[in-house]
Design a protein around this ligand. Structure first.
Ligand SMILES: NC(=O)c1ccc[n+]([C@@H]2O[C@H](COP(=O)([O-])OP(=O)(O)OC[C@H]3O[C@@H](n4cnc5c(N)ncnc54)[C@H](O)[C@@H]3O)[C@@H](O)[C@H]2O)c1
Length: 361
């Protein structure tokens, strides 16, 4: 399948690796800065005689007609580029968050359906072994009735990280730590605890990064329609280094916790009837060299299967929208100082532009 990647920054190597390991024919890449493009071709070891390099994604689409495009630009550019790809007839894998507004997410979903192309979102941690095992237990009702779930994303991002690119930490192009770093965990919590949410009550703060617009700490309580509760804790303020991303589920018949740097290690498997919990933990843990993990390969494999079988990708546009919706509801609750009911029909990160005055750090 003819493949192209748009956006050649930090996450690009994971996409190129996934494209290669899934046997895709990389026909073109794009990044809007010519010098960055030149360096990226080298860094990603792309062969100029096979891979065409563009600074304009629309030209790439019209001249190369890729069948699958991955969009890994700054988040604020995802929606328009993804829509252009969809309109060109390409299947699309878009990085998280899929868009900065629900209106844009809805348009992406609508247009993909109209053009009969697949739309997938890179919430790759869903494919971690431990997460797959946990989700299977939820599906099988092995944990009994779900009472409570917690996601804790405790990472570290310093000034140098935010200064790398002007889009980081802005409401138009990124959001704060919940929208960028914690959205994976927020996706997982919702996937495990139930898609139907009654409401969310939250506070956010900017404690250590006065040069960004968004939050660097977010705390939220979620009430699920099935009677379960969720707690979300996300920060990029940990001292010196990433600490952990931990997802715990508490059901009437079991307690399961997945930890590690990025929900990659099964740490607790305490489930009724289980006789060898240590083996379950051992067999369902993977080491992760960084917080991105290695799930992109599996996201790509699933997308190719989805195209071949003409089914939805496992993490489709609706899944991406649910994670985005919950983050936007958290922001709205923090801004208004009251619970926010779901579902949200509209909402945009730009609505939080006035939050965090210049000297509240
Ligand atoms: N799934 C994950 O675990 C994961 C990890 C990191 C980043 N991300 C997401 O991936 C995206 C990129 O993050 P990054 O850290 O690689 O950013 P980055 O700043 O390192 O790279 C962004 C790239 O997009 C290019 N770009 C921006 N606008 C463009 C446009 N209109 N046309 C063409 N190219 C354009 C830039 O030139 C740059 O090459 C973000 O949405 C981020 O949230 C996901």
């Amino acid at each position: 399948m003819r493949y192209a990647l748009i956006g050649l920054g930090r996450i690009a190597p994971n996409h190129i690796r996934a494209a290669k390991s899934n046997g895709l024919e990389i026909v073109a890449v794009c990044c809007r800065d010519p010098e960055e493009l030149r360096l990226a071709m080298k860094r990603l070891e792309l062969d100029h005689s096979k891979v065409r390099a563009y600074t304009d994604h629309r030209r790439l689409l019209s001249e190369c007609a890729p069948e699958l495009v991955a969009v890994a630009t700054s988040s604020g550019a995802h929606a328009q580029i993804a829509l252009d790809c969809i309109d060109s007839g390409a299947n699309v894998l878009v990085e998280k968050p899929m868009a900065m507004s629900l209106e844009d997410a809805d348009e992406m979903i609508r247009r993909a359906a109209l053009k009969k192309v697949k739309l997938g979102v890179c919430h790759q941690n869903r494919f971690n072994k431990a997460i797959q095992k946990m989700h299977q237990a939820v599906e099988d009702q092995a944990l009994g009735r779900m009472l409570y779930g917690t996601i804790q994303v405790r990472w570290s991002r310093g000034e140098a990280y935010y200064r790398q690119a002007a889009w980081r930490g802005t409401w138009a192009d990124d959001g704060g730590c919940l929208m960028n770093q914690c959205i994976h965990g927020i996706d997982l919590l919702r996937w495990m605890m139930g898609n139907d949410v009654i409401d969310v009550t939250a506070v956010t703060a900017r404690q250590r990064h006065p040069y960004i617009e968004g939050e660097d700490l977010g705390l939220a309580i979620v009430r699920f329609a099935n009677g379960g509760y969720g707690m979300i804790e996300g920060t990029v303020n940990c001292y010196d280094d990433d600490f952990e991303e931990r997802l715990c589920l508490f059901g009437t018949e079991g307690t399961v916790c997945v930890g590690g740097l990025a929900t990659n290690r099964m740490e607790t498997w305490h489930v009724r009837g289980e006789t060898d919990a240590d083996a379950v933990c051992r067999e369902n843990s993977q080491e992760s060299e960084n917080v991105y993990g290695s799930g992109h390969d599996l996201v790509y494999a699933d997308m190719l299967q989805a195209v071949a079988e003409d089914r939805s990708p496992a993490i489709d546009g609706q899944a991406g929208r649910r994670a985005l919706e919950l983050v936007l509801a958290i922001y709205a609750s923090a801004q208004q100082g009251q619970p926010i009911s779901l579902p949200l029909l509209k909402g945009s990160a730009l609505a939080f532009r006035s939050d965090f005055g210049a000297d509240d750090s």
